[in-house]
Design a protein around this ligand. Structure first.
Ligand SMILES: [Fe+2]
Ligand SMILES: [Fe+2]
Length: 253
């Protein structure tokens, strides 16, 4: 069994950033100049990230609680710190760049919820919390929960959305440099989160059935973005997913 997750905590400390340091002044000026299609696409993806990051930043506490290895516990804590920052970053974009009204983050997320597919909301606000709750209640199933959360949700659903957002930002008629900078930093954080989850799954030596389940869950979950991401983006994310499962030492064909 591979133990010791301390290097992920060190990596997390070395990659800290602050959303308040990002300059959104050019983005604020550019936003009203976007075309209707550009506006709809960016707003939809932003709404998805607001729902997702607000949800995951509160659900990971169950994982930290259940982890018995102290070094793993510490890394979950570092990940929660990242996810809370991601939620703040997307909210800042909503408030400062888009001008979404609302007194707080929850109000702005609620105002944007209608821009995403009900499937995405259901995944992040019903199905994932149920998994986290089961984990907290029973104290069992951490590997399967990490497989679902880190490898499927972060590794496929969120990465596919993040790449779709970066591609969309790349092609805009007027650039949004602050949003782009923040997205790159979010993606950098997510890479180590996925690496951390892969390491847990690798150490647990999971069976063929669990791998099949992670593959199936990936295929299904990636579709929650609806029309906001392309089939190619899903296929790319699934290819990476298979590669990660393989790299984790799992034989599945
Ligand atoms: Fe995140
Ligand atoms: Fe993450």
């Amino acid at each position: 069994m591979i133990t010791g997750y301390g290097h992920f905590a060190q990596l997390a400390d070395s990659l800290q950033w602050d959303e308040a340091d990002i300059d959104f002044s050019a983005d604020r000026e550019a936003w009203p100049q976007l075309t209707v299609a550009e506006n709809e696409n960016i707003l939809g993806l932003l709404a998805g990230f607001l729902v997702a990051e607000n949800a995951v930043s509160t659900q990971l506490g169950a994982y930290q609680l259940v982890a018995s290895d102290p070094s793993m516990k510490k890394v979950f804590q570092a990940q929660i710190r990242d996810e809370v920052r991601h939620a703040r970053f997307f909210d800042l974009v909503a408030a400062e760049v888009v001008g979404v009204p609302g007194d707080d983050r929850d109000a702005r997320r609620d105002a944007l919820r209608a821009y995403v597919d009900a499937e995405l909301v259901d995944l992040f606000e019903e199905r994932l919390p149920a998994t986290a709750q089961r984990l907290a209640d029973t104290g069992e199933g951490l590997t399967a929960a990490v497989g679902l959360y880190h490898m499927v949700i972060e590794g496929v659903v969120l990465v596919a959305g993040q790449h779709a957002m970066l591609d969309a930002l790349e092609c805009l008629s007027v650039p949004l440099p602050g949003v782009r900078r923040g997205m790159e930093l979010v993606l950098r954080d997510e890479r180590w989160h996925i690496g951390f989850g892969s390491r847990i799954v690798q150490a647990a030596d999971v069976g063929v059935d669990e791998v099949e389940s992670m593959l199936e869950q990936g295929e299904t979950a990636a579709k929650v973005w609806g029309n906001l991401i392309t089939t190619e983006a899903i296929e790319t994310a699934m290819r990476q997913h298979r590669r990660r499962l393989k790299a984790a030492g799992i034989k599945f064909w």
